[in-house]
Design a protein around this ligand. Structure first.
Ligand code: NAD
Length: 497
């Protein structure tokens, strides 16, 4: 019997009743591993109604009790860490080590949510006018929703619902339909942590479920992570329906390599950052920009990339796994072919790669292009595969100009031994997350995940203090207690006195 993935609606784990049935497959051979029947429209509406009802009591639960739910949750996530990573690895094809990283980076956000009382603290100023004080509170919004992508099925849902719920909101999660089993397990553990019925809802589905969330009057805020086109659609539709929206979208991340950097460190870091997770990371390095004599390292980088061998999730020697779906593989192969046709020099071609016994899997071997130019499709499009594009420039200024012209601004890094070059780069670069000798600078949860430009639509970013602002309203109170008689007659002005 195929595993049936469950929804979590109104405190019950149930099978969906929608018409569409999606088969979850093992990306290593495309064999079915589970099925998910999408939620019907009525079920999505029911989840929102249940979350709305739960909000009335959840918002009154003392903040320290809400924090205790998070304390129990992060402990349970740690206890079930390897089990979660196994589920995740099987449905995404990620290597076990990489799957553990996905779970762990999510747990770090759940840990951060335990500190919610401090994060929610408002501001106070005494005596803003004579005997008048002003202070502010942060209060939850109501029902919030999250729409998440396939590539981090643990981390990205955990970016969202623990903090939103710790703030006092209730939450409807619509995870990717391509790997829904990990989110189901996250929801089961959340219930086990003692979260009251209705506080978290999990609905599986596709565009039709998303559209209900984007237009429903009881959804107050939408947190989205996914591709550029869908991100723009979610942002426009959500804001058109007068909701608060944060939409994290696609990327094209550059790494600038200065000739004074440590060659071996550059090569080691570039290999992992470009083809790790089969390049299916929004912070993957997809463009390496070699400055001056650093270009002489390209042949050695190619040798190092050629040694990376994709494989099964439980193969300890595998560098990365398959792409998520046949459609994803087809897209990547098409872009590789376009790269060749448009004149880039293909130094390493993983188009024909396969794993013995798993020939029907979505494999693409490490691929590397040199002499890439900004007009080529492989430069303009997010490939989301194990493909590194190399470019060569003469000066740091030229590299900065190149990166700043990119429509994306998720992440970037520079490898150098020069503090002056690093300082110039961090200051002048128009990208929201910068690594200095760190290839994938994803901040820990006490900071926020701050993509810029076409990689993010909205203003308050994910996790950290910005997420707390996103998931709350600020209420500012101006207060006077009369000690004696009213000081003067009517105040006909706006000034406080
Ligand atoms: P996707 O846009 O296809 O799907 C994301 C979510 O949107 C899923 O839940 C999906 O069901 C839903 N969806 C898909 N099509 C829709 C439509 N037409 N209308 C409404 N909803 C729709 O993204 P994906 O392929 O799952 O994930 C990969 C993408 O996510 C990449 O572009 C990657 O860069 C991006 N990503 C960005 C970040 C970031 O922080 N900026 C992080 C991770 C992934």
């Amino acid at each position: 019997m195929t595993t049936q993935v469950k929804h979590y609606i109104d405190g019950e784990f149930t099978l969906g009743q929608g018409e569409r049935v999606i088969t979850v497959t093992n990306p290593a051979n495309n064999q079915p591993i589970a099925q998910v029947r999408c939620a019907s429209d009525d079920e999505v509406h029911g989840a929102i109604a249940s979350a709305k009802a739960a909000f009335q009591s959840w918002k009154e639960v003392p903040v320290s009790e809400r924090a205790r739910v998070m304390l129990r949750y992060q402990a349970l996530l740690k206890e079930h860490h390897d089990e979660l990573a196994t589920i995740l690895a099987k449905e995404t094809g990620k290597t076990f080590e990489d799957a553990k990283g996905d779970v762990w980076r999510g747990i770090e956000v759940a840990e951060h949510a335990c500190n919610i009382a401090s994060l929610l603290m408002g501001e106070t100023v005494e005596n803003v006018a004579r005997k008048i004080d002003t202070y502010s509170y942060t209060q939850p919004l109501g029902v919030c929703a999250g729409i998440t992508p396939f590539n981090f099925p643990a981390m990205i849902p955990l970016w969202m619902f623990p903090l939103a719920i710790a703030c006092g909101n209730t939450f409807v999660l619509k995870p990717s339909e391509q790997d829904p089993m990990t989110p189901q397990r996250l929801a089961e553990l959340f219930e086990q942590a003692g979260a009251p019925k209705g506080v978290l809802q999990l609905v599986h589905g596709d565009k039709s479920a998303v559209d209900i969330l984007l237009t429903h009057p009881d959804i107050k805020a939408i947190s989205f992570v996914g591709s550029v086109g869908v991100g723009q659609y979610v942002y426009k539709t959500g804001t058109d329906n007068l909701k608060r929206v944060q939409a994290f979208a696609g990327a094209k991340n550059h790494c600038v390599i200065m000739p004074d950097a440590n060659k071996q460190q550059v090569i080691n870091n570039l290999v992992g950052a470009s083809v790790g997770a089969a390049g299916q990371r929004c912070m993957a390095i997809s463009v390496a920009v070699f400055v001056g004599a650093a270009k002489e390292w390209i042949p050695e980088l190619k040798e190092a990339l050629a040694k990376v061998r994709p494989g099964l999730w439980d193969d300890k020697d595998a560098g990365y796994g398959p792409l998520i779906s046949p459609a994803a593989k087809e897209r990547v192969l098409k872009l590789i072919a376009q790269g060749k046709a448009e004149g880039a020099e293909c130094l390493l071609d993983g188009s024909d790669f396969t794993v013995a016994g798993y020939e029907s899997g979505n494999w693409v071997g490490p691929t590397m292009f040199d002499k890439v130019t900004t007009d080529m499709s492989i430069y303009k499009e997010e490939i989301f595969g194990p493909v590194l594009c190399c470019m060569e420039v003469d000066e740091l200024e030229e590299a900065i100009e190149l990166v700043n012209k990119s429509p994306y601004g998720n992440g970037t890094s520079i490898f150098t031994a020069s503090g002056a070059a690093a300082r110039k780069y961090q200051h002048e670069i128009e990208v929201g997350q910068v690594g200095i000798n760190v290839p994938i600078p994803v901040p820990l949860p006490f900071f926020s995940f701050t993509g810029w430009k076409g990689s993010f639509y909205g203003d308050q970013h994910a996790y950290g203090k910005q997420a707390v602002r996103f998931f709350t309203e600020t209420k500012t109170i101006t207060c006077r207690w009369f000690e004696d008689d009213i000081p003067h007659g009517p105040n006909m002005t706006i000034a406080l006195r």
